[in-house]
Design a protein around this ligand. Structure first.
Ligand code: NAD
Length: 495
């Protein structure tokens, strides 16, 4: 196996960091030795040179995955699958520090955050689906019979087949777990395409799958570029489903190409989620929760609560509180314990975010914190709060995917709900109120896949995840994750 030894900041990585393809249980270089540079966001220097899979490599991976559907994996009982997935959860916990370090170095996030969320959530996801693996049952369904003869009808859930899993760079380990664990529990095989900006934690996860005893070829990992490796996976005739998490722009391309071969698709896309702070809210809790929803993971979160809708009676207090929270962020080395906000993933993302900040200024919103990039190397952006914004401004309509909050006042709840729903997106929303009963009522009025009352990002592997409108198609996690990874077959016996 090739390991990192020749790059500019390779010494920061664990000594045996994996950078090869994992195909058919073998670690190997890409065809013709192709690689891509994986950057270290905090410095902009090259962290690792990673094998870059070609269409031929993808074909090998799909072949290995397909062979296992009719091979050892296809004959593996659910209870054994569950034992393997439980073991994966244990191994993730054993290697928690390695995984958190890889995620911090590769994505740019403070190491405490993957330690607190990404890694435990990945372990919990494997453990959750370990429990489902031997409990995927069908139904017996009474019917009127068949031309006068009685019948027995029942359903079974079968694996969809070979799943192509395409992963974004913001939380690669966690999202890979969200796709792998339900797919495997349901008996599928998988080809994973990690993000080119942050592939290392997924390659380490592949090692853990191997160590846990998953048969060779059941999961294959093909790092590479989106328009080459990802495209080859989406077009491959032997892939039955694409499970994609990423931008709406790429999701649209993938949905269209997948339709040509009638592949199933799950698309988890972007968001522009509202945080609605009602007049009776616990304002300190709302400010803290809202600040987390803006600045966690540098704001590179699909569910980031970037439209902060505040009742006018609390507006100045919330604006001041969020400005203080922004100013209190400590930007710096993701491995330093004192750092609370790291770097954005690459120069393009930094420049996109800075472009949105300029658009906010140009369109008349008032900067009350941040508003630019700090001096020095690395792809850092200052946490930024805009006040006096309206919902028709670019900063309120488009996903920024950086640490930028747009605070909009409202006068009554109907207006707040109208603003919340006036968006192309519908991924998540928060409602802050002391009136819990009213919170339930309002939750029913917001068009979003997840609504949190008095919280932000209360996610769990047992809860379905996905969006409405441009935020996506389908759901993953919980029972919905099993449904999304199975085909339902009906068997009718004429008695
Ligand atoms: P992206 O769409 O640029 O890339 C996502 C993945 O798709 C990468 O692995 C990339 O290599 C691959 N890809 C790119 N072009 C492709 C093509 N033509 N064919 C096949 N694959 C291709 O997204 P990103 O910048 O990595 O991630 C940020 C986006 O992801 C944001 O919009 C964010 O909201 C979204 N996201 C959504 C969720 C969710 O659960 N809804 C979670 C995390 C991120």
């Amino acid at each position: 196996m090739t390991v990192v030894d020749n790059t500019e900041v390779a010494d920061l990585l664990p000594a045996d960091t994996a950078v090869d393809l994992y195909v058919g249980g073998q670690w190997r270089a890409a065809a013709e030795g192709a690689t891509f540079d994986d950057l270290h966001p905090a410095s902009g220097r090259v962290l690792a040179r990673v094998a870059s899979a070609s269409a031929t490599d993808v074909d090998d991976a799909v072949g290995a995955a397909r062979a296992q559907l009719d091979g050892e994996w296809g004959a593996t009982p659910g209870v054994v699958c569950g034992q393997i997935l439980s073991r994966v959860a244990e191994l993730i916990e054993r290697d928690a520090e390695i995984l958190a370090r890889l995620e911090a170095l590769d994505v740019g996030k403070p190491v405490g955050q993957p330690g607190m969320l990404d890694v435990p959530n990945a372990a919990a996801t494997f453990r959750h689906f370990a429990g489902w693996a031997d409990k995927i049952t069908g139904q017996t369904i009474p019917t009127a019979g068949y031309f006068g003869q009685p019948t027995l009808s029942y359903t079974v859930r079968e694996p969809v087949g070979v799943i192509g899993a395409i992963i974004p760079w913001n939380t690669p380990l966690m999202i890979a777990a969200w796709k792998l664990a339900p797919a495997l529990a349901a008996g599928n095989t998988v080809v994973v395409k990690p993000p080119e900006d942050a592939p290392l934690s997924i390659l380490h996860l592949a090692r853990l799958l191997q160590e846990a005893g998953l048969p060779d070829g059941v999961v294959n990992v093909v790092p590479g570029l989106g328009h080459i490796t990802g495209d080859a996976l989406v077009r491959h005739p032997d892939v039955d489903k694409i499970s994609f998490t990423g931008s709406p722009r790429v999701g649209k391309i993938i949905g269209a190409i997948a339709a040509e071969t009638f592949k199933r698709v799950t698309l988890e896309l972007g968001g522009k989620s509202p945080q609605i702070i009602l007049a009776d809210a616990d304002v300190d809790a709302a400010i803290n929760g809202t600040a987390m929803g803006l600045f966690f993971n540098q704001g590179e979160v699909c569910a980031a609560g970037t439209r902060v809708l505040v009742h006018r009676s609390l507006y100045d207090q919330v604006v001041d509180g969020l400005a203080a929270a922004a100013t209190a962020q400590v930007l710096g080395d993701p491995l330093a314990e004192t750092t609370t906000m790291g770097a954005l993933v690459n120069a393009t993302q930094r420049d996109t975010v800075l472009g949105y900040i300029e658009a906010g200024k140009r369109e008349g919103a008032r900067v009350v914190a941040g508003g630019g990039a700090p001096e020095g190397s690395g792809f850092f952006v200052q946490p930024t709060i805009f006040a006096d914004a309206t919902n028709d401004m670019t900063i309120a309509r488009e996903e920024i995917f950086g640490p930028v909050g747009t605070v909009i006042p409202f006068d009554d709840v109907e207006e707040a709900i109208a603003i919340a729903n006036d968006s192309q997106y519908g991924l998540a929303a928060s409602i802050w109120t002391r009136d819990i009963s009213y919170g339930h009522t309002l939750a029913g009025k917001v068009r979003a896949g997840a609504v949190w009352v008095n919280g932000w990002a209360a996610i769990d592997p047992a809860l379905p995840w996905g969006g409405m409108k441009t935020s996506g198609v389908g759901r993953e996690l919980g029972w919905a994750g099993i449904e999304a990874n199975t085909e339902e077959k009906v068997v009718t016996v004429v008695l």
